[in-house]
Design a protein around this ligand. Structure first.
Ligand code: DGL
Length: 273
């Protein structure tokens, strides 16, 4: 469908919160957000055709983030949630400097893990793009100077989730290979540094057992969204149930399957953006 027609349809998104991610993973944040802000309208862009962002250069991630942001702003969104660690850690400073709406990002939760660890060792599973970003280096330098941070790139995980292969022997093998060595480093907290990874929690739990705390930032980000909406007097004043729009530029089925625990009979439209 042509871009103009899509923009016209998305025009109804005025006063919505815009979300974008390199694909389906940011829905893990969106699910947390609707629990505490059920009457906010939302528009979600899954840029799955360009996933994974984690393998791209800093400049490429900025260009993709800019494209997604402009799409959401052209549809009238009042706030943008960068529901992707890789895009946040590489592009949020740029986005904030260029556009006037409030931006909420998601970063690996190093600080709470570093504060709570008893073994003085925490693990982080994230994309290469996040782990090599200047923002991540700054945050770990500031909050985890005296803690061992075991970094692991989750190579291949996003691709498997994007292709609908969460439950596959390949996924199991990758997770075992990434997580077991962290256990040997005596981690007591595992930070999920990618919004796709909360969908892997049941599998991760099987590998790491009950003792290691899994830290995922979905709830904290949702509270931050609510705080900023309140502060900027942008909260939806009506008490109606919010309306939700989802757009993908790739496979609609994978996105539908991940959302069907919350939204029944959702029909997602594929479009170019
Ligand atoms: N959901 C994105 C993140 O949080 C996935 C990154 C990717 O596409 O590599 O980092």
């Amino acid at each position: 469908m042509c871009g103009f027609l899509h923009l016209y349809k998305m025009y109804k998104a005025i006063d919505s919160i815009g979300f974008f991610d390199s694909g389906v993973g940011g829905t893990s944040i969106w699910k947390e957000m609707i629990k505490i802000l059920p009457n906010e309208n939302t528009v979600y862009l899954a840029d799955s055709i360009n996933a994974p962002y984690g393998k791209k250069t800093h400049e490429e991630i900025i260009a993709l983030s800019k494209k997604n942001t402009e799409y959401l702003l052209n549809s009238g969104c009042k706030m943008i949630v960068v529901a992707c660690n890789t895009a946040t850690t590489n592009a949020i400073d740029y986005l904030r400097s260029k556009y006037k709406v409030p931006f909420i990002g998601i970063e690996p939760a190093i600080k709470p893990a570093a504060l709570k660890t008893k073994t003085n060792s925490v693990g982080i599973l994230a994309t290469k793009g996040t782990l090599s970003s200047a923002l991540f280096a700054r945050t770990s330098g500031e909050f985890a100077k005296n803690v061992k941070v075991v970094e692991q790139v989750g190579k291949g995980l996003v691709e498997l989730i994007e292709s609908g292969n969460i439950n596959s022997p390949k996924m199991d093998a990758l997770l075992v290979g990434y997580l077991k060595p962290m256990l040997h480093e005596n981690i007591d907290h595992l930070i999920l540094g990618c919004t796709h990874y909360p969908y892997l929690i049941p599998k991760i739990r099987e590998i790491i057992g009950k003792e290691v705390h899994i830290i995922d930032s979905g709830y904290a980000v949702s509270k931050q969204i609510r705080n900023v909406l309140q502060k900027e007097t942008l909260l939806n004043p009506t008490s109606n149930q919010g309306t939700y729009k989802f757009y993908t530029n790739s496979n609609t089925e994978v996105l539908e399957n991940l959302l069907n625990d919350v939204l029944f009979d959702l029909k997602i439209e594929k479009m170019e953006f």
